[in-house]
Ligand binder design. Structure first.
Ligand SMILES: [Fe+2]
Length: 507
């Protein structure tokens, strides 16, 4: 009886919600779609649609100048870009607890199809955006993929995203450092855009992380790329704090305080990304690693190399008890690779996989403890597992390093005649580090000290990858400047890999 009473009360409250809430949307002073729209996690039959309402996106409290009440948001998905043939629609609730973010899982879609979508509320309509479902199992002849990482807002303009948005892509991957946690000066760094003092401090609290995502997502080129194709995303260190590992902060926060910070960072990350609602973090924990299947042609394994890793310690890099992925994710990855029927198996990962000695002196080695070089035993274990399972064409794609590199992956790096087991394409930053230049003294040293490293470039940009049955082609796109708007994008270098032959061939 009590339960019956409770449920009718609940129904009554629910029934009242739309009309009252709709009345509230009419009080919005200006468009709430300032942060754009996005789609993510494409499957053969479903995709996630995202938006976050913010009338004043840069309001200091990170809440976007929105009323502190739930608001209904209408969404529509159509077969055409003029939105005439709507095939799915509904109303979602944007709640103040999630900073008025909306994550809609649209199901029952057709595989390998383009769709267009938009949101509306309070008489305002969002722009129309494009998405695309993954192909049916067994049905894919080619996949156009691009990835990016490292977009420190105050380091420059997101011109690379303007070029990415103009491509006809099936899917876009973001491999981390979507935001940086540092304080931004009052003049907005190299962008020279005045900011309120709320942006000055490093991001520590939920409202500070929310504000940083809002600042980032107000960029028109980034919004265009998010509206051009579905994304998959995994965070890296700066999305929380530089070089963090599990519950360890490199700046000496106690694990308890750091996990509080991580919870705030993960919450704001979820609110601002087209992730499945199941990714909503429980405190400081959530599962980001995921697999996307593109028929028999390609499977993407998006990996999480922060939450489960052992503490940074270059002296312990050969310790087999250390882990980069954590036992559960490592088993998930190797199991998935072992069961994959795809021709190409793409390991989308945060940090550099190939061994990179930064010194030319043959007697000396300088390795970065934050990369797989700091977890060399775990790397050997991963590649032994890949060999054992005879995984078809493993290809590693990477972010984090703010330089373009292409490398052949070895079983033993110190013996140049050891077999090549895979290839790695490391993509540069969107902005982090500023304009850069084609070659830097460090880059020349890297090439000289590492014979398996075939390409180095220190400009900003992103990487495109065209996957077909017999070949995988990679184009490194660079922009001539990011410290001023309207830079020019061009392809700096292209490589082809033939199926069954893990060798980088220059085009
Ligand atoms: Fe970065």
């Amino acid at each position: 009886m009590l339960m019956y009473a409770a449920s009718t009360a609940g129904l009554a409250a629910f029934a009242q919600l739309p009309s009252e809430a709709e009345a509230r949307t009419r009080s919005l002073q200006g468009t709430p779609f300032t942060l754009g729209v996005a789609s993510g996690d494409p499957r053969p039959d479903s995709v996630v649609l995202w938006t976050r309402l913010a009338v004043e996106p840069l309001a200091d409290d990170g809440l976007g100048g929105m009323p502190r009440t739930p608001l209904p948001v209408r969404w529509e998905l159509a077969e055409d870009d003029s939105m005439r043939k709507v095939v799915r629609s509904g109303t979602a609730t944007a709640r103040p607890e999630l900073a008025h973010a909306v994550h809609v899982e649209v199901e029952g879609l057709l595989p390998g199809r383009e769709y267009w979508y938009r949101f509306s509320t309070g008489g305002y309509e969002s722009p129309v955006a494009r998405t695309k479902t993954a192909p049916a199992p067994g049905w894919a002849t080619e996949v156009a993929f691009a990835w990016a990482s490292c977009q420190r807002w105050e380091d420059g303009f997101y011109t690379a995203y303007r070029d990415m948005a103009a491509q006809d892509l099936d899917v876009i991957g973001h491999l981390g450092d979507y935001i940086y946690e540092y304080g931004i000066g009052a003049t907005g760094g190299r962008r020279n855009i005045p900011l309120s003092p709320a942006h000055n401090a490093p991001t520590m609290t939920l409202s500070q992380y929310r504000l940083r995502y809002a600042l980032t997502n107000t960029d028109p080129d980034l919004r265009a790329a998010r509206a051009a194709a579905p994304w998959f995303l995994v965070p890296d260190d700066h999305d929380v704090e530089d070089n963090w590992a599990a519950d360890q902060s490199p700046t000496g926060m106690t694990p308890e305080n750091f996990l509080r910070r991580r919870a705030a960072a993960f919450r704001a990350y979820f609110e601002n990304q087209p992730l499945r609602p199941s990714t909503l973090p429980a405190g400081p924990d959530t599962t980001y690693y995921t697999r996307l299947r593109y028929g028999r042609l390609a499977t993407f394994f998006a990996m999480d190399e922060r939450q489960y890793r052992s503490p940074l310690d270059i002296n312990a890099r050969l310790d087999p008890n250390r882990t980069m992925l954590g036992a559960e994710q490592e088993e998930w990855l190797l199991d998935g690779l072992g069961r994959s029927h795809s021709t190409w198996n793409i390991l989308a990962n945060q940090v550099q996989m190939f061994q990179l000695d930064r010194l030319t002196d043959p007697g000396l080695q300088q390795l970065n403890p934050d990369t797989w070089d700091g977890y060399a035993a775990a790397r050997d274990r991963l590649w032994a597992g890949i060999a054992e399972r005879r995984v078809s064409n493993p290809v590693v794609v990477t972010g984090d390093a703010h330089v373009n590199c292409a490398a052949e992956l070895k079983v033993g790096y110190d013996d140049p005649s050891s077999p090549t087991v895979g290839v790695e394409f490391m993509g540069t930053s969107i902005t982090t580090g500023g304009n850069g230049s084609d070659m830097t003294p460090g880059g020349a040293e890297w090439l000289a000290a590492n014979p398996h490293l075939k390409f180095f470039n220190n400009q900003r940009g992103y990487v495109r990858c065209h996957i077909a049955a017999d070949t995988l082609r990679t184009d490194y796109v660079v922009v001539d400047r990011v410290t001023a708007p309207d830079g020019t994008a061009s392809v700096r270098r292209s490589f082809v890999v033939e199926s069954g032959r893990p060798v980088l061939q220059e085009v």
